[in-house]
Design a protein around this ligand. Structure first.
Ligand code: ZN
Length: 280
């Protein structure tokens, strides 16, 4: 569901962009509004840019899609190409508007242009499809195998923006996404009620932080919640993986036990099935 993936990438990009705006000192040249637009715009667009590979596979077959999606644009080289494009686009925009950026603005733009596509790779790494960032030097795929990218818990982290962003349209869109995430979680039938309740508490808690705390505390809380959610997923996935590996090793041990001790040397389907069922 590429479009839903991109909701997550966009929300995280907007949250990070707002944090950059809130924590950096004012620019000597750019107005607060102009710099915030650049910070949020570059991180939100850059945070989606690697998925442009969908465009050159859209005309192809399903095989093309699988081959190319998370292909060239999901590598460090591809991300760097996206960063250069972003940087040049903003420089052209500044030139068109007659803006002569200061040194600090230029370095900020360099940092944002690099960070956007890298943020995308980092998010894609944490889910189970993984990425192969070091192509063409190393073709290995790396999987965080932890976060399902369509993750309402990540959407809820953007709740802190509901009272900090100046654009009413953006605030309404974010509210709709969070409500949709809550609806999916409560009513899809796939998620236990206890997790749905946890998500609801997180979304309401972060909304309250956005409403009552300072803007800096609010965006920092949103970012902290995002990192905490990711860390919990990674740790849980690691623990589950260790348990599965241990179970598999135990089962394999049972299968290769010498004949005098082993029940599983028998090639009867029944004993193989009983061994296999103990993995689950
Ligand atoms: Zn992607």
């Amino acid at each position: 569901m590429p479009l839903v993936d991109n909701v997550t990438h966009t929300l995280i990009g907007v949250l990070a962009g707002e944090a950059v705006h809130r924590f950096l000192p004012p620019s000597a040249v750019l107005s607060d509004r102009a710099r915030r637009t650049i910070a949020i715009g570059v991180l939100a667009v850059g945070g989606n840019l690697p998925d442009a590979d969908v465009l050159y596979t859209v005309a192809g077959t399903t095989g093309d899609y699988l081959l190319h999606h998370r292909g060239h644009t999901h590598t460090l080289i591809g991300a760097l190409g996206g960063s250069v494009l972003l940087y040049l686009a903003v420089r052209l925009w500044w030139r068109y508007r007659g803006i002569r950026p200061g040194r600090a603005d230029t370095w900020l733009l360099v940092g944002l242009s690099l960070a956007g596509p890298l943020l995308h790779l980092a998010l894609d790494f944490t889910n189970n499809y993984g990425i192969h960032p070091f192509w063409p030097v190393d073709n290995h795929w790396y999987y965080g195998d932890a976060v399902f990218i369509v993750e309402p818990l990540l959407w809820a982290c953007a709740a802190v923006l509901l009272f900090t962003l100046p654009s009413r349209t953006m605030r309404v869109l974010i509210a709709l996404v969070i409500v949709a995430g809550l609806g999916l979680t409560w009513f899809s039938g796939f998620v236990p009620a206890v997790f749905a309740a946890l998500l609801t508490v997180l979304a309401l808690g972060l909304t309250a932080v956005g409403r009552f705390a300072s803007a800096r505390v609010a965006v920092a809380s949103g970012l902290a919640a995002w990192l905490a959610v990711t860390a919990v997923f990674l740790a849980t996935s690691q623990a589950a993986d260790t348990r599965v590996q241990a179970r598999l090793a135990w089962t394999a041990g049972e299968f290769v036990r010498p004949p005098k001790a082993g029940r599983y040397w028998s090639s009867s389907p029944r004993s193989i099935r009983s061994g296999a069922s103990s993995i689950a």
